[in-house]
Design a protein. Structure first.
Length: 148
């Protein structure tokens, strides 16, 4: 469900996160169409949000197997698109985002890690990344430079 806001650009809510990440990404991208972003910019936004949302579903909600709500707010500013992602899942360990280092890929093909690239990609493609636990909700804020 999308809500347009006067002060912001748009607000997408996912009521059952475990089932709706793809739909939410489609909705976010549809809301970005009026900006006429390049394919590279759209791809970057999609990748960053997909990694963040999948991490929320897998880690913040995964342990409880409970449906949760995720809210994605987007506002357009001179320095790019600012996203606020808010969920009511479990807090991040130590109340901070995981390290943004790339997993070691200089290993045999059979020893390559299956995961561990998400936060590296988010930190590589987005800026101004901030996380806070506010009451019973997680707040992840980030900026994607685009629309120059």
């Amino acid at each position: 469900m999308t809500e347009k806001s006067e002060s912001g650009f748009f607000d997408v809510r996912i009521s059952d996160a475990t089932l709706a990440v793809r739909d939410a990404l489609r909705e976010v991208l549809a809301n970005l169409q009026p900006l006429a972003l390049s394919d590279d910019e759209v791809g970057t936004i999609e990748l960053v949000l997909a990694e963040a949302l999948n991490n929320i579903v897998e880690h913040a909600f995964g342990a409880d197997d409970k449906p949760g709500e995720i809210r994605i707010r987007c506002s357009r500013r001179k320095d790019g698109l600012h996203f606020a992602i808010i969920d009511d899942g479990l807090a991040m360990p130590d109340n901070k985002t995981p390290q943004a280092s790339a997993p070691d890929v200089n290993v045999k093909m059979t020893a390559l890690p299956e995961g561990g690239f998400g936060w590296f990609l988010i930190h590589t493609l987005a800026t101004d990344i901030r996380y806070a636990r506010v009451g019973q909700t997680n707040h992840l804020n980030l900026r994607v430079t685009c629309g120059g």
